[in-house]
Ligand binder design. Structure first.
Ligand code: UDP
Length: 238
């Protein structure tokens, strides 16, 4: 336990990350890899909460682009995150990890409803908590849900898993000369319009001094290294 810098963390996983090499949906290999990454630190007593996105199944903005009512589409997007959360829970439990799903939209036949104090209690009892259905409101994103839940549960850091190993001054895929930041301020992220998280999520973290660590979850052992305080990506701070 003492080897870790953080004792309570919120991990944001995008829905797209669950697709693996598929074009849609969930590649079962991905939840399994995530379980294997998270299990050792969870066993060491680090309290882990997860917010999962839904972009691998549905995004409200895509529905709106096709003529759909935006709020209706966003409701579908939030339900997509519940599907992902249940899939992760199933995998975590098959790996012997205690886990609860808490949804911002009430659906008590399939999972618990989000209640902040209950979520904290689950974490204290050593259960992984997966927050589903985003914030429960249309026009928001699961990045904002991650920022909100991180603040609510008193997480020490919001860890945003991406396909890139940090924040660069330009897209490293199209600009190989791009340089990576070790740290960067919230203000600079917003001023440079760096696509770390959406502006609402970044502003919420800024207002509440919630550090955001951006890293590539694809590297083996990276979650443990990050929690131990190694500089595995970029940290957004004041
Ligand atoms: N969504 C929403 N309110 C929220 C969170 C999510 O309406 O608080 C909807 C929105 O339509 C979004 C979709 O759920 O496009 C999936 O979430 P997101 O796009 O954030 O998932 P990710 O990109 O992380 O896979």
């Amino acid at each position: 336990m003492s080897t870790y810098k953080y004792q309570r963390v919120l991990l944001k996983l995008s829905g797209e990350a669950l697709m693996g090499d598929q074009a849609f949906g969930i590649d079962p290999k991905v939840p399994q890899r995530l379980a294997e990454e998270i299990k050792p630190v969870w066993e060491d007593g680090v309290q882990v909460a997860v917010v999962v996105g839904g972009g691998n199944i549905f995004r409200g903005i895509q529905g709106a682009a096709a003529g759909m009512d935006r709020a209706q589409g966003d409701n579908m997007g939030m339900l997509a995150t519940v599907i992902n959360a249940l899939s992760l829970q199933d995998c975590f439990e098959r790996n012997g990890m205690d886990c609860r799903v808490m949804s911002a939209i009430e659906m008590h036949q399939v999972c618990e409803t989000y209640i902040r104090r209950r979520a904290i209690r689950h974490l204290e009892k050593g259960r992984i908590v997966i927050f589903a259905a985003g914030t429960g409101n249309p026009y928001f994103t699961t990045d904002t849900a991650a920022a909100l839940r991180a603040c609510e549960i008193g997480a020490e850091v919001l860890m945003k898993a991406t396909k890139v190993d940090g924040i660069y001054d330009a897209d490293p895929v199209t600009h190989p000369e791009a340089t990576k930041f070790d740290t960067i301020t919230y203000k600079e992220v917003l001023a440079r319009d760096l696509k770390v998280m959406d502006a609402t999520a970044t502003a919420l973290c800024h207002d509440n001094k919630m550090p955001i660590m951006v890293f590539d979850m694809g590297q083996d052992g990276v979650f443990m290294s990050a929690l131990a305080g190694e500089n595995v990506g970029t940290t957004v701070i004041e």
